[in-house]
Ligand binder design. Structure first.
Ligand SMILES: O=C(O)CCC(=O)C(=O)O
Length: 252
């Protein structure tokens, strides 16, 4: 499905693209059942913090039913259109993030961008990428049900922050004015998809609903990301050549 002009502009302005019911039918069902079974049979409560920091169901990260969410529906093509004419590195891993209902003592995640100053990494470790694609498998219907919260347009602020105030190795994840924000909740139904520029700050909070909120995420990197990573922190469109042209045209 083609990206519309207004979706491109929205992605430039907000750093976010939302497609409702983009993943349907057996693609979604197979992935949902797989994670449900893992939660029932393999989930180890002792590992809750490690799962939250990295991924639930880590042994399923390359399972065909999870990778199919990205490769066999419209998502790979959608991402290709955002990065065009650049290409991306192979997407070969899924990350599963579950927000369990209240009472599970699951750590919340403060505003952050992925792979920079992560509390569970060395502050000098950079694990950045180009964009993230999140697919809702269950839950997220209300903002207090463990929904992802993001700061629309926060990629512009973060690029300025990286250019002016940041040094590699510092522990603060975002500047204070970003940290203080609640963000916009991605309230969603199963099958809804969010594509988020890597520089968009986001957080997740408590899940006051009775149902686990389950998302599958795919991290996508421009094929030359290792060479571009540092500069991409200060130039949001470095890895999106066509959007760079559009963004420039908007500012003249
Ligand atoms: O749980 C989520 O949906 C988001 C998790 C997150 O922000 C992260 O894994 O970096």
């Amino acid at each position: 499905m083609s990206l519309s002009e207004s979706e491109r502009r929205r992605f430039i302005d907000d750093g976010v693209l939302i497609r409702r019911r983009a993943v349907r039918g057996p693609l979604r069902t197979r992935a949902t059942v797989l994670v449900d079974h893992w939660l029932r049979d393999a989930y180890d409560p002792q590992q809750l913090t490690a799962y939250t920091n990295r991924s639930f169901a880590p042994e399923l990260e390359d399972h065909p039913d999870l990778l199919a969410l990205y490769h066999d529906g419209p998502l790979a093509d959608l991402v290709g259109q955002l990065l065009h004419p650049a290409t991306c590195a192979p997407v070969s891993r899924a990350q599963i993030q579950v927000r369990l209902p209240d009472g599970a003592e699951q750590p919340v995640k403060a505003m952050h961008i992925d792979g920079v100053s992560c509390p569970h990494l060395e502050p000098s470790d950079l694990r950045t990428f180009t964009l993230i694609v999140g697919v809702v498998l269950s839950g997220s219907a209300t903002d207090d049900a463990g929904a992802l919260h993001y700061v629309p347009g926060g990629h512009h602020r973060m690029a300025r922050y990286f250019a002016e105030d940041w040094t590699l190795g510092q522990t603060a994840q975002t500047p204070d004015d970003v940290d203080a924000q609640d963000g916009t909740a991605f309230t969603a139904e199963p099958g809804d998809v969010i594509v988020m520029h890597h520089l968009v700050p986001h957080r997740v909070g408590l899940n006051h609903s009775p149902e686990p909120r389950v998302m599958a995420y795919f991290r996508v990197s421009h094929a030359q990301h290792p060479d571009l990573a540092l500069r991409a922190l200060t130039d949001p469109w470095l890895e999106y050549p066509a959007l760079a042209d559009l963004a420039r045209a908007e500012t003249v």
